[in-house]
Write a protein that binds this ligand. Sequence first.
Ligand code: GCU
Length: 686
Amino acid sequence: WLPDEALRPAGRRRVRLLADGDDPVLTTLRDELVRATGLHGGAVVHDERAHLTLALASDARVLPALSGAAGRALDLVRRPGVDGELGRQGFVVGRDGEALVVVAATPVGLLAGWHHVLRTGEPLFDEQVFDGVSGLVEHLPAVAIRKLDHWDNIAADSPMGPVERGYAGASLWFADGRLRDDLTRVHDYARLLAHVGVNAVCVNNVNVHERESALLTSGLDQVARLAEVFRAQGIRTYLAVDFAAPITSGALTTSDPLDDDVRAWWADAAAGVHAAVPDFGGFVVKADSEGRPGPFAYGRSHADGANLLARALAPYGGTVFWRAFVYDHRQDWRDRSTDRARAAYDHFTPLDGQFDENVVVQVKLGPVDFQVREPLSPLIAAMPRTRLAMELQVTQEYTGQQRHACYLAPLWREALDFRPWGPLDPARPGRTVADVVRGDGTLAGALAAVANVGDDPFWTGHPLAQANLYAYGRLAWDPTLAPSALLDEWLALTFPGCDERVRATVHAVLDDSWRVYESYTAPLGVGFMVKPNGHYGPDVDGYEYSPWGTYHFADRDGIGVDRTRATGTGFTGQYPAPWCDVYESLDTCPDELLLFFHHVPYTHVLHSGSTVVQHVYDTHVAGAQATERMRETWREVRGLVPDAVYARVAERLDEQVRSAAEWRDQVNTYFWRKSGIPDPAGRVIP
Ligand code: GCU
């Protein structure tokens, strides 16, 4: 998004900037204005005859006509608690006669205001945008930290490739075992992120191996170069660190969080990184998870581990994002009492209230692992005295790996809107997940997501997967935005002035694509059924007898995981009311999560009226057919979008159609063979 053409509405006007100084974000903004007006015949002016004035509230030249807006922008920052922080990132839009004015308390807020103008385009100039009272409209993000985690590796021969679970080529910044010399694309990427409101980037994989661990010590010059590019767009840089770094990168023999030498090592490391990157964001940590080192080795808790790092960063204002993705990955499938879904809650809830102020516990959306359908992680409702971030996966590891079109904004909206305590009283509905991650007072939360970009010419492999990145940033800024409206925004900014048929086609392909993907893959919330390791394509029993805790327990009579309190693992008990009861009972458990919570016979009748096995047959046939329609629909835009985009999407849709048929046939055949129940519709199952 944001090709030169998208700059036209603002670029053809007289634009004035009231802000002085060499702050890097202001420099970026100045460059933006010069570029946009240079391209489209407008001008950067210094008098009052501007169509658009962008002003810092503190600028001495802020004119009387603007003072209302300036006062309002400063008010935002004075609000107590989280609001003050949000206010620093926000801006106020108003009118001064015919002119549009954007005022912010900080350069970051002003840059966000500029992007708002670009996004809204012509209507912002043409329509009256008064709120009826003062004529001023406030814009502030819902969540203070809106982070993208890059699972990028430095080592050229990293076993997981240059980007772990990356489906868009190599890393944008690491190549041949070091930082690239030419960071032009990183610069462009940072600009796109600033446009959608992302303000934090973790630059290396959460699985931190030796080479990546060295970023924190001998590699600091590389981190500093990268951080400079992000800083100019108001984005803070984070590093994923190895909990055993005092041993692997230092000369210690322990990484015990209560050891004095270990503390001193981290204090030194934090001082070093702060000296190289003065606005350093902080650390992201995967500890005691999938073989990574952590505090358990020393009999210490995850609060001990997180606070160790938090205290090292505290003098510099840094934050620790400590992941809650902690579970036993060496499970025995014969043991039905261990339940991976329970693990995060079991490990972390006893620690609520023990984490330092600058620790954010980062919790995956679902209790297992970014599946196409999972219930919300119960941990999100169980840490009232802890700062929490919800982690989403923009990279499509389990949702078609950017070979399948799968627009994820509807999934994320569903999670953000979810009310973990139920809509207790319709007049006073309970808090949503978006409220929880927004935080309050000192408990400011965050959103985090695994990025989906690489050095692919389309950034994301599948050109339509860009819409996921776009939607993530926008939803983190405003979780109430509608997925379909976000798609319109993305389309208008990506194919400016495009034919209405392009809009209609992309909607037809993407609007429902998440549910389509769900319909031809693992059914009814049971998850996995993917090929081991690569996680692409069907393998119904691929993880059934493995150590990873990802089982569906199909036998001749039925399928699903009994997670009830009555007869199963007791996982339903981790939810507050009403969900602990809703999920416990077959009468109330939603169909789409049935097999996540219950082991049922193939003949079990769903709320929809269909049986489980019939549902599987029907949805898999319909899902595969839907992908064929998506492919047909795309043909409508031949010649209306750039040829290269057309061809790349067409090629991906061919693969989606092929893969969906493979899913349909393997899953339906599996259910037919296990259950012996033929498809009454008489369809051929191989
Ligand atoms: C998934 C993914 C891994 C990743 C892990 C994580 O399991 O397959 O590649 O490292 O999540 O989130 O840490």
